[in-house]
Unconditional design. Structure first.
Length: 271
C-alpha cells in the first residue's frame, strides 16, 4: 500500500492515517508566498502560519501583539503557494480566549479571508468549549500544549514545562480533553521527551513536537530558525540546517561593493 503521505493534498485524515501507519509528520512554519512555495515543494506535510510571525517577521519580543488581520495577510500568501501541504493558521492572542463565540468568529474570518485549511489555538481544558464550537462550523482545530508562548507574561520564562508530576498530569489530562473535544492533532512544545512519549501513546490523534523529543508523531520548527536567518535564538532543540544570515549578508555586502566599484551593472546587464 502507498504511504498515506503520498496523498495529493494532505488532509487531517491523512495525518491521522500517518500516525496509524507509523509515518512521521513534517511540519514547518511559513509566513509568505515565496518561502511557502519552497517549503511545500520540499515535501513538508503541514505548513503552520505561526504567530511566531510576530517575532520573526515583525521583530516583536513576544507573540502577543500580532493581530488577526496580520495573520490573515500572512496566511493568504502561504495558501496561494501550498499545492500539497495542509495549511494551519494560529489564532492570535486575544481572538479566542474570551468566549467560544469569539473563537468561532475569528476562525471563520481566517478560513474565509485566507483560504487556510485549519486553525491552531493554545491551551488545555479551558479552550475545550471553543474547540467544540469551532468544529461545529466544520473548521479543523489543532491544539497546543506545554510551552504556550501567548501566556509568557503568566509564566515569565520560556523554560521547559511540565517537569513536575502535577503539571505533567495536568498536561496528560489536557491532551485527552483536547482529543475528546475534537482536535485533529496537538503540538507539544518544550516538555520532557518521556512525557511527550506518554502523550503520544495515549492519543489516537498525532502529536507534533518542538523541543519534545523523538517520540512525537511529527516535528515542527520555525523556518527562520532552522534556516539560520535568526541567530539570537539557540535553544537545545533547534537544529540549524543552514546559516543563511551569513550567506545573505555576504551576498548583500558584495552587491553594495559592486555598485560602489561600478562593477554592477555590466554592459551585458544593460539594454
Ligand atoms: O507560532 C509558532 O511558530 C508555533 C510553533 C512554534 C509550534 O506555534
Amino acid at each position: 500500500m502507498a504511504p498515506a503521505s503520498n496523498a495529493r493534498r494532505i488532509t487531517t485524515n491523512t495525518l491521522q492515517a500517518m500516525k496509524r501507519e507509523g509515518e512521521k509528520i513534517a511540519m514547518l512554519t511559513a509566513y509568505d508566498y515565496s518561502l511557502a512555495r519552497l517549503v511545500d515543494g520540499a515535501g513538508v506535510d503541514v505548513i503552520l502560519v505561526g504567530d511566531s510571525a510576530s517575532n520573526v517577521m515583525a521583530g516583536n519580543e513576544t507573540t502577543v501583539p500580532i493581530t488577526l488581520e496580520q495573520m490573515i495577510y500572512h496566511a493568504s500568501g502561504v495558501v496561494r503557494a501550498a499545492q500539497r501541504a495542509l495549511v494551519v493558521v494560529d489564532l492570535p492572542f486575544g481572538t479566542y480566549q474570551g468566549d467560544s463565540r469569539t473563537a468561532l468568529e475569528s476562525s471563520i474570518r481566517i478560513m474565509k479571508e485566507s483560504g487556510a485549511h485549519a486553525v491552531k489555538l493554545e491551551g488545555g481544558a479551558e479552550v475545550g468549549e471553543s474547540v467544540e464550537r469551532i468544529l461545529t462550523a466544520g473548521i479543523p482545530v489543532m491544539g497546543h500544549l506545554g510551552l504556550t508562548p501567548q501566556s509568557i507574561y503568566k509564566f515569565g520564562t520560556y523554560t521547559v514545562r511540565a517537569r513536575e508530576k502535577d503539571e505533567a498530569q495536568k498536561l496528560l489530562d489536557d491532551a485527552k480533553h483536547l482529543e475528546q473535544a475534537g482536535c485533529f492533532a496537538i503540538v507539544l512544545e518544550k516538555i520532557p521527551a518521556t512525557l511527550a512519549k506518554q502523550v503520544s501513546a495515549l492519543l489516537s490523534v498525532p502529536t507534533i513536537g518542538i523541543g519534545a523529543g523523538p517520540d512525537c508523531d511529527g516535528q515542527v520548527l520555525v523556518l527562520h530558525d532552522m534556516l539560520g536567518i535568526t541567530q539570537d535564538f539557540s535553544p537545545r532543540f533547534l537544529r540549524r540546517y543552514l546559516n543563511l544570515e551569513k550567506d545573505i549578508q555576504s551576498a548583500i555586502a558584495q552587491y553594495v561593493s559592486d555598485i560602489r566599484d561600478s562593477e554592477f551593472p555590466t554592459e551585458q546587464e544593460s539594454y
